[in-house]
Structures are given as structure tokens and as C-alpha cells.
Design a protein around this ligand. Structure first.
Ligand code: G6P
Length: 604
């Protein structure tokens, strides 16, 4: 969702805030803004749209001061206009916020009744006005902040600057992440390690309900009940240089092409090729005794969960439930005693997934998370954390995180199956060897991308595109459709190939390309028959397969390397990513920051 940053520095704040906001823009790009304290006065600049618009405003009307806060917005309450852009400011405070203040309407009515007027429609402005009212009543900045917090309901991370106070800043965390960064004579606040990369690698992740008072040389964290508390310092490995496009045109392109390397890195943490076994992080419960697994996630991570269901059921023979996180707790799931619930999330912060995790935890399930961001809330609230080691993923459309999630889930499956005796040592060693081979095959697929680029250019004019697959390739079809729609804005759906005849085939004509994902195997003939049914109705079929003798009449056949059943879904993720990427480039959309989306969704 929104990205926030705060700097109590020794040098000009604005260039550093802008640098940080650039790294946070993946969290939202509806508007951006900064505020500073300079010569006791608060100053602010805001602009609707991307960060570049704010840069233009700042070039025309610079802002001085060494202490400042910044924000990049994904709109929840109020359109992305300048008046709704953060920071929200009164004559006493400037505030940036990530999240939603659920009781903002009641607070706004209360303040309006006392004569306060509002310039915009956001929930955040209410926080600025509420804190101002406490300051006007004579409260100290610290008291005014804690009084304000005690009135707020909902999910929020806040960062506050106060007029006349060049060496003071407040932050609070309730439901949305906030990190304190420690510097040399400077201190910082940010939404995540990315925000603070280049500023600090000594981070303190605030816990739910925590708030913090910072000066340049000191800080004190308080719990929600205002009692002081110490929290651990952790060391971030996110360097500013890691967040760089290199020679690539887009972050998404860079991240697609990084996959052989990062999947190899991820597998390197989980596989022991010499001994032919899997090594998971320490587990505090008996994996062999797990009677049932629940997999929960959103978006692309949900499709990784769907792939994993096939693996876990087929290889480890453990029953699996898979749920979309936003639906999970509302269906009042029936848990099995001793069950393991696994939450998959690139960011580790997605609110729906986090709420589902807490639901399962409260029900006494063992909790595991598969995350990319190590210090994330999900990681911190899990019994078992399986990091995916993909490195920072900046493109809003997830690519390398997906294949790294799959790699980790595959390794986990093998370990689970080994632990519960579903497979023997030789089978474990064979699976490990197969996984080890994945990065090389991924590199091979990527080096033959020209054909996919040409196909993407041809189909980019379509209004609708269907993706079909069977079995474990059905979730890959859905992921292909999601990738395409989110960055190219072409309407796309992923279907189980056998389901076409029950409705979707009515959509087929010569304007509707159908992408078939059908590696050779028990189900490929059936999928190919379904594709024949499409061709008989003049549908334009593109087949991704290692079958070198596909039926005649296809519009295109992309030849894939043959691979074992475990790694094959990982490999087939690549051509669908490339297809979406090149279709979006052909259409000229904003590939890394597609409209209306954000990478880290910390609201329900
Ligand atoms: C957003 C992103 C998707 C992502 C989903 C889940 O919707 O745009 O790319 O798959 O959130 O994110 P997570 O961080 O939980 O994997």
C-alpha cells in the first residue's frame, strides 16, 4: 500500500526522502509528497501521480530542512488529488500514514463540530487535526501523539513531524509495518528495509501497537499502554544498489531474467546435493505427524499455493486445503488438530494473508510462512519461516518471487514426504537432483525468448485471451492470465482445459487467442484434444510444450525443454511471464507500475 519514510538527518532531507520514495514507489503511485521542518516552520510539497511529478514541483519550489517525512500513496479514502495527497498538515503537525483509520468518520464529525475544517477526504487528515487539537489544548507533543493514538481504530503506520521541532519525530504501528532505522547522529523511520536501504542497515521492527519517539541521537519505543519497551535490533541485507534496473528496460524484465540465479540461490539454502537430501530451518513440531496442511495466500502467491497442493498431495500424500486469504477466515474453516497452516507472501505484510495467519494461530495450528522479506510481520509471527531468497522484487507484477516460492515449496514437499515416509531415500535424492537442474533449464528457456516476444507482439491487440492447462498446469494457466491482465490490461482468464466445454468455449472466435500449457504427460493428450476443439472453432492456439510433434493447425508452438514433474511447473511459469511482459511492452503500458495496483497490499 502506501510507503512512508521519515528522516531526522544532518543534511538536506528532501533529496534523501526522494531517494527513499523511489524505492517505495512499488507500494503505491497515485500521489507523492514530502514535508520538512526548516527554521521552525513546517513546509510541504505534494503532487498527484508518480514521483516524477513531485520531483518537478520540488525543482520549481525547493524545500529546505534536515528533518522530513515522505509518502507515496495508493488511494483508499479519497481520489488521488493534490488535496488528498500526504503529508497532511495543519499549522502544528505534518503526518504521513499507511493504512486505514476505520473510525475516521466519527472523529471527523467530532472535530467538525468543534469548528475544524478539512481540505480533503482522507482518513489521515483526521489524525493530523486530532493531534493538533490535543496540542492546542496544551498537551506536550508526546502526550498529544499518545492521546491521538488512543482514539484511532483500524490499521495504520504513522510518521509525524511537529512545527518548531527540528529534532523530534513520532511513529506508530498498528496493523501496518513500520521500521526504525538507526544512524550515526541520525535516526529514521520507514515502511520497510527498502525504504531505509542506503540510510541504515540497523533496523528495529516495531511490534503491533508500538509507538516511538525519535531524536537524532535517541529513541524510545512504547507499547500501546505507553509503557517503555526494548525491541531487538536486526541487520538488513537490503542494499540500495540491489534496487537498480541494471541494463534492463524494466524491473520486471530484470526480475524475469534473474530467475535462474535467484532460484539457484534459493535452492542452495534448502538442498544438500552431496547427501541428496533437503535441509529445512529448525522445526519446533514433528513434520511427520502433520495430518493436514492449509495453504493460504493472495494473488500470485495464491497460485504458488495451488501448485503446491498438487505436489504435497501427490508426493507426500498429506491432504491439503488451499484458500484465498481474503476469503479464508470468513468461511470459518474447520481446522484439524495438529495441522500445519502455511502462509505464502512475497512481502510478508499482505493484510489479508496476515489476518488469516492470526486466525489459524489463534486456532492452535502450527504456523509456517514462506516470505521474501525476512523481517516481515508474517515471518515474525510464524513457528517456521522459509525465506525464498529472491532478493528485492520491485516490479509490481510478481515474477521471481513466484518461482522462488515454488522452489521452496518443492523442497518443503520433498522433506515432508521424506519425513512421513511417503518416499524413500532414493526418491528423495532423485527429487533433489531434479530440483538442482531447474536453474539451467530456466536459463535455456530465457535464452530463446525471441519467439515469445514475436507471439506477444501478434496477440497484444486481442481483447480477450484464455490460458488453459490441466492438473498442476492449471494454476500456471491462471498465473499466466493474471500476469497478462495486470500489466497489459488485456482481459485474460485461466481455465482448467477440461472446463472450456462447459461455458468458456462460447467465447472462442478467431479474435480470441488461447494459450495452452501442456507438457508431455498423462494429461497432455486430453489438453491437446481441448485445444483441437478450440481450433475447430477458429481459435488461435499457442502451445507451450515439450512435445515436438504437436497437432497441425496451431498458430504457434513454443518448444520447451523436457523435465521431471516436480520442476516442470516452475519452468512453465517463465514463458507466461515473458508473454505478458512483451505484450505489455508492445501496448506501451507502465510495466513496473500498472494502473490501480500496488505491490504490498496492507489493507483488507
Ligand atoms: C498484490 C500484488 C501481487 C501479489 C499480491 C500478494 O496484489 O500486486 O503481485 O501477488 O499482492 O502479495 P504478497 O506480498 O502477499 O505475495
Amino acid at each position: 500500500m502506501c510507503g512512508i519514510v521519515g528522516i531526522l538527518g544532518l543534511t538536506a532531507a528532501v533529496p534523501r526522502l526522494m531517494d527513499s520514495l523511489k524505492r517505495l514507489e512499488y507500494r503505491g503511485y497515485d500521489s507523492a509528497g514530502v514535508a520538512t521542518v526548516s527554521n521552525v516552520e513546517l513546509g510541504r510539497r505534494r503532487a498527484p501521480g508518480k514521483l516524477s511529478a513531485l520531483a518537478d514541483v520540488l525543482a520549481a519550489t525547493p524545500l529546505e530542512g534536515n528533518s522530513g517525512i515522505g509518502h507515496t500513496r495508493w488511494a483508499t479514502h479519497g481520489e488521488p488529488t493534490i488535496n488528498n495527497a500526504h503529508p497532511h498538515m495543519t499549522d502544528r503537525v505534518a503526518i504521513v500514514h499507511n493504512g486505514i483509520i476505520e473510525n475516521f468518520k466519527a472523529l471527523k464529525d467530532e472535530l467538525t463540530a468543534t469548528g475544524v475544517s478539512f481540505e480533503g477526504d482522507t482518513d489521515t487528515e483526521v489524525v493530523a487535526q486530532l493531534m493538533t487539537s490535543y496540542l492546542n489544548d496544551g498537551s506536550s507533543p508526546r502526550d498529544a501523539f499518545s492521546q491521538t493514538l488512543s482514539r484511532l481504530q483500524g490499521a495504520f503506520a504513522l510518521c509525524v513531524l511537529i512545527k518548531g521541532e527540528d529534532n523530534l519525530m513520532f511513529g506508530a504501528r498498528e496493523g501496518s509495518p513500520l521500521v526504525v532505522g538507526l544512524g550515526d547522529g541520525e535516526n529514521y523511520l520507514g515502511s520497510d528495509a527498502m525504504a531505509l536501504a542506503g540510510l541504515s542497515n540497523q533496523l528495529i521492527y516495531l511490534e503491533e501497537g508500538d509507538w516511538v519517539e525519535l531524536t537524532r541521537n535517541q529513541f524510545q519505543i512504547y507499547r500501546a499502554d505507553n509503557s517503555p519497551v526494548d525491541r531487538d535490533v536486526s541487520f538488513s541485507q537490503v542494499a540500495a544498489t540491489m534496487i537498480d534496473k541494471g541494463n534492463h528496460r524494466h524491473f520486471m524484465q530484470k526480475e524475469i531474467y534473474e530467475q535462474p540465479t535467484v532460484v539457484a540461490q534459493a535452492l542452495g539454502r534448502y538442498l544438500d546435493p552431496i547427501n541428496g537430501c533437503v535441509k529445512l530451518p529448525d522445526i519446533s513440531f514433528d513434520l511427520a505427524a502433520v495430518p493436514k496442511i492449509t495453504l493460504v495466500a493472495c494473488g500470485t502467491s495464491f497460485y504458488a499455493a495451488q501448485v503446491a497442493r498438487y505436489w504435497i498431495e501427490q508426493i507426500a500424500r498429506v491432504p491439503v486445503d488451499v484458500d484465498i486469504a481474503s476469503e479464508f477466515r470468513y468461511r470459518d474453516p474447520v481446522y484439524t488438530d495438529g495441522g500445519l497452516a502455511i502462509f505464502i507472501s512475497q512481502s510478508g505484510e499482505t493484510m489479508d494473508t496476515l489476518s488469516a495467519l492470526r486466525h489459524a494461530k489463534a486456532a492452535g495450528q502450527h504456523i509456517a510462512s514462506i516470505v521474501n522479506v525476512l523481517g516481515s510481520t508474517m515471518a515474525r509471527e510464524s513457528d517456521l519461516v522459509m525465506p525464498i531468497h529472491a532478493g528485492p522484487e520491485v516490479g509490481v507484477a510478481s515474477t521471481k518471487a513466484f518461482t522462488c516460492q515454488l522452489a521452496v515449496l518443492a523442497a518443503f514437499t520433498v522433506q515432508l514426504a521424506s519425513a512421513n515416509g511417503a518416499i524413500n531415500e532414493t526418491q528423495v535424492a532423485n527429487y533433489v537432483a531434479e530440483l538442482e537442474h531447474a536453474p539451467a533449464l530456466m536459463a535455456k528457456i530465457l535464452s530463446a525468448d525471441a519467439q515469445i516476444e514475436a507471439i506477444a507482439q501478434d496477440i497484444a491487440g486481442a481483447r480477450d485471451i484464455l490460458f488453459v492447462g490441466r492438473g498442476i498446469y492449471y494454476p500456471i494457466a491462471m498465473e499466466g492470465a493474471l500476469k497478462l491482465k495486470e500489466i497489459s490490461y488485456i482481459h485474460a482468464e485461466g481455465y482448467a482445459a477440461g472446463e472450456l466445454k462447459h461455458g468458456p468455449i462460447a467465447l472462442i472466435d478467431d479474435n480470441v487467442p488461447v494459450i495452452g500449457i501442456a507438457p508431455k504427460g498423462v494429461l497432455s493428450e486430453k489438453t491437446v484434444s481441448n485445444l483441437q476443439e478450440i481450433m475447430a472453432r477458429k481459435g488461435k492456439v499457442v502451445l507451450f510444450s515439450d512435445d515436438e510433434t504437436p497437432p497441425a493447425g496451431m498458430y504457434a508452438h513454443v518448444s520447451m525443454p523436457s523435465a521431471g514433474d516436480l520442476i516442470s511447473p516452475i519452468l512453465y511459469a517463465l514463458p507466461v511471464q515473458l508473454l505478458a511482459y512483451y505484450a505489455a511492452v508492445e501496448k506501451g503500458t507502465d510495466v513496473d507500475m500498472p494502473r490501480n495496483l500496488a505491490k504490498s497490499v496492507t489493507v483488507e
